[in-house]
Design a binder for this molecule. Structure first.
Ligand code: SAM
Length: 239
């Protein structure tokens, strides 16, 4: 997807990017490629692929959860890596308040540099593991939304994300072709942690890759013992 195709595809979803936002994406791309020379940020480096598989793919969340486009919501992105999906969302919807979490310091340093260069405000960047931060009362059940892309299977991801979501908030699951199987395997985990599937959208990226977005509503508080100690959710997923 060229930059022009990106702008058009986003426009077809009802979102008109400003010159400033288009430039922010260009700057973000340049920094991603330059830093990736010495810090492992992404395996996707070809420009058309970055615009499709990182920038556009990140924005699809807002096509299906439209409150993200206009409301002053808080969103936490667990295992954000080089900033996906939260940084593209922040560029396009600057009213969002985003919190990015990653356990790798080098990726956190990169994110700090991008946020400064792009002059973004309303962004918090936290170095640490979801399992530890999820027990911190400052962050626990404090967000309207939690999301994560390419971090863990749904049964594990639920324990990384749902403790951060307010009662009445949502966990947005972003997945490929295995989405429905992962959701079935994660059913017990979602229920234990206070989540229930509300909606599911299946669509394709412009290159034909299948994507699912599943919206999980948080309707009950997460029991205090979750998230468990760092490493336990992935070793012994709930259910
Ligand atoms: N979300 C980004 C994306 O879609 O490009 C990055 C995906 S990368 C494959 C997974 C990221 O999750 C890594 O940067 C890793 O450091 C982070 N991560 C994995 N487990 C984590 C945990 N328990 N807490 C915080 N970060 C975690």
């Amino acid at each position: 997807m060229t930059v022009e195709e990106f702008i058009l595809a986003v426009k077809n979803a009802g979102i008109t990017l400003t010159k400033h936002q288009i430039q922010q994406f260009e700057d973000y791309f340049d920094m991603l490629i330059a830093t990736n020379e010495h810090v492992n940020l992404t395996a996707i480096t070809e420009k058309n692929d970055v615009y499709l598989k990182h920038f556009y793919d990140s924005l699809t969340v807002s096509f299906y959860e439209q409150d993200l486009q206009t409301a002053e919501k808080t969103l936490i992105d667990i295992g954000t890596g080089a900033g996906f999906p939260s940084l593209p969302l922040k560029i396009v919807f600057p009213q969002l308040k985003i919190t990015m979490v990653d356990s790798l310091q080098k990726r956190i340093n990169f994110l700090q540099e991008v946020v400064t260069t792009l002059d973004l405000s309303g962004v918090e960047i936290i170095h640490g593991r979801a399992e530890d931060i999820g027990q911190n009362l400052r962050y626990r059940e404090a967000f309207d939304y939690a999301t994560a892309r390419a971090v863990a299977r749904t049964s594990v991801l639920a324990e990384y994300t749902l403790p951060f979501v307010k009662k009445g908030g949502k966990f947005i699951v972003m997945k490929g072709a295995a989405a429905q199987q992962e959701l079935a395997d994660g059913k017990q985990a979602l229920a234990t942690l206070g989540g229930v599937l509300h909606d599911e959208f299946e669509f394709s990226l412009p290159n034909g890759d299948v994507r699912y977005i599943q919206i999980v509503n948080k309707n009950k508080k997460t029991p205090k013992q979750y998230p468990r100690q760092a490493g336990t959710p992935s070793k012994k997923p709930i259910g």
